[in-house]
Design a protein around this ligand. Structure first.
Ligand SMILES: [Zn+2]
Length: 261
């Protein structure tokens, strides 16, 4: 079992050197559409939304770093090192219904579990997920959801063509809201069906510190067709989560799952 405890409020790791000495062509202030794109690019590049400010018609991050539209686009360009990875063992493609026993979850955790299950079912994979409490009829595999202390979660990887049988979510995760809790649960379910961390080779990409998880005894096999994108927020399967996550799969997460299942 691979422990994947994660902590929220990870400091942004991107260092800006955009503000000083920007001698690009003199530009007028960006239009409303351009401002929207700059902010979207910054969020996609991993900046917390509350770190992005609009002042006098210009967009700033970290209070004093002005970001032009061009600079925000460059932040999304990646070095091609990060792709997505799976374990050697996967869930059998002949397995139709994965049931999730969510009876121990209430409140935010319960709502987030439903949203997480919907994330998978929206992809029309070879399996579907169904939340149950105790009636396992029609279930081809069962994953039981447990609570634990703290924030974050842990799960394991498939064996024998079946998903890992349980995962744990810290009840403290709920303090970050339903979307971030949805992110953590969807992440742990991702492990249960065979996804490794997208930054397994360098956890500092999402965690700010840490190294290579290595083979982990389970393999780290590149999933064909997954795009590059070594960014904070580039994959729901990054090692660490931020305090504010959307809870949704990124496009490369969707590609990874659709390729496998
Ligand atoms: Zn993990």
């Amino acid at each position: 079992m691979k422990n994947c405890r994660m902590f929220g409020a990870v400091a942004p790791i991107l260092v800006l050197s955009l503000a000083c000495g920007d001698t690009g062509p003199e530009q007028g202030p960006p239009s409303d559409d351009e401002i929207s794109e700059i902010i979207e690019n910054l969020v996609a590049a991993g900046f917390p939304e509350d770190d992005i400010q609009l002042y006098d018609g210009l967009v700033y991050v970290g209070r004093d770093a002005h970001v032009t539209l061009e600079a925000s686009r460059e932040m999304l360009e990646t070095d091609g090192e990060l792709e997505q990875y799976r374990t050697r063992n996967l869930v059998s493609r002949n397995l139709d219904t994965i049931c999730i026993d969510g009876r121990r979850f209430s409140g935010t955790l319960s709502t987030a579990l439903n949203w997480s299950i919907n994330n998978y079912n929206a992809l029309n994979l070879t399996f579907s997920m169904r939340r149950i409490s105790n009636n396992t009829s029609g279930c081809d595999a069962l994953i039981t959801a447990f609570t634990t202390s703290g924030s974050g979660g842990s799960a394991g990887f498939p064996s024998g063509g079946r998903p890992y049988f349980r995962f744990f979510i810290g009840t403290g995760t709920a303090q970050f809201g339903t979307n971030t809790t949805e992110h953590v649960i969807t992440h742990e379910l991702g492990h249960a069906v065979g996804l490794r961390h997208s930054d397994y080779f360098n956890r500092s990409i999402s965690c700010g510190s840490g190294g290579n998880e290595g083979d982990g005894g389970v393999g780290a096999i590149l999933i064909p067709g997954t795009p590059s994108g070594a960014t904070v927020g580039g994959s729901l399967m990054n090692s660490c989560f931020r305090s504010s996550e959307s809870g949704e799969f990124t496009s490369s997460d969707r590609t990874a799952l659709r390729t496998l299942y």
